[in-house]
Design a protein around this ligand. Structure first.
Ligand code: ADP
Ligand code: MG
Length: 261
């Protein structure tokens, strides 16, 4: 387990959580066929919150965050993102997708496009941003993730850590208000994990609302204001990081922590 990110001191004092609700999930259930994968999920996320979602493999973490940007559909209950209820109304889905960025374990960059083209494609074609402005924005975010010099290379020419930082920059180019991360560092070699976590820490410091599925408990302690523990499709327990790690309440949480820490 990597504690590397903890080496960087961060000032949490300005990492304020707003009263405004960014995501509201109430009594949400989802099935894959007859398999009840998410059970009565209730979750309120305020703007500026940084939530780490932990739990054993198969507990429904990916499915939960994929429901938040409608990559998966839920069957009952309610999910409201930025005031918009996720329903089968396609207009709403477009709005949500433009406001919620997502970064996956496998970077999912387009291999035949340059780094710059990966970052400008959606802004130009989905958002109708003029090309010049899209390029400026892309370069701004590539600088932010510290790889502007790679702009004209192809994904295959970059390391895994660099590709993941491009994936983060690409998401940011759509100016999302919420970022979802699904195990963004678990496909990376250990020496590349820190550079990706550092990028995520910076985003957190700037007040981005973030939900991160990760096993990086150092990251959770450092930036999360809440850790959510899932098991068998349910939110079993949630707490601020210190309480979560030092004083877990449920047997399943204790077992999980004993296996990963
Ligand atoms: P986690 O991310 O916590 O490992 P997932 O959300 O990926 O868990 O999966 C939760 C459960 O749902 C697992 O049992 C998995 O096998 C099952 N599952 C995931 N995706 C599908 C799918 N598309 N169809 C059927 N079952 C699925
Ligand atoms: Mg998963």
């Amino acid at each position: 387990m990597s504690e590397m990110s903890a080496q960087r001191e961060i000032d949490r004092s300005h990492m304020q959580v707003s009263d405004e609700v960014a995501i509201q999930i109430t009594h949400m259930n989802k099935w894959y066929g007859t398999f009840h994968v998410l059970r009565d999920i209730n979750l309120s996320v305020h703007r500026g919150e940084r939530i780490v979602i932990a739990g054993p493999s198969g507990s429904g973490k990916s499915t939960l965050i994929r429901c938040i940007n409608r990559l998966e559909e839920h069957q009952s209950g309610e999910i409201i993102v930025d005031g918009t209820e996720l329903s089968s109304d396609l207009k709403n889905i477009d709005k949500i997708r433009s406001e919620v960025g997502m970064v996956f374990q496998h970077f999912n960059l387009f291999p035949h496009l340059t780094i710059l083209e990966n970052c400008t494609l959606a802004p130009i074609w989905v958002r109708k941003v003029p090309r010049k402005e899209a390029v400026e924005t892309a370069m701004h975010f590539l600088e932010k993730v510290k790889i502007p010099e790679q702009a004209n290379k192809y994904p295959g020419q970059l390391s895994g850590g660099q590709q993941q930082r491009v994936a983060i920059a690409r998401s940011l180019c759509m100016k999302p208000r919420i970022m979802l991360f699904d195990e963004p560092t678990s496909a990376l070699d250990p020496e590349m994990i820190k550079e990706v976590l550092d990028t995520m820490v910076e985003l957190a410091e700037e007040g981005m609302t973030m939900l991160c599925v990760t096993h990086e408990m150092g990251f959770a302690r450092q930036v999360a204001n809440r850790v959510i523990f899932m098991d068998q499709g349910q939110i079993v327990e949630q707490n601020e990081p210190e309480e979560f790690f030092n004083n877990p309440q449920h047997e399943r949480t204790k077992l999980f922590l004993s296996q990963i820490l």
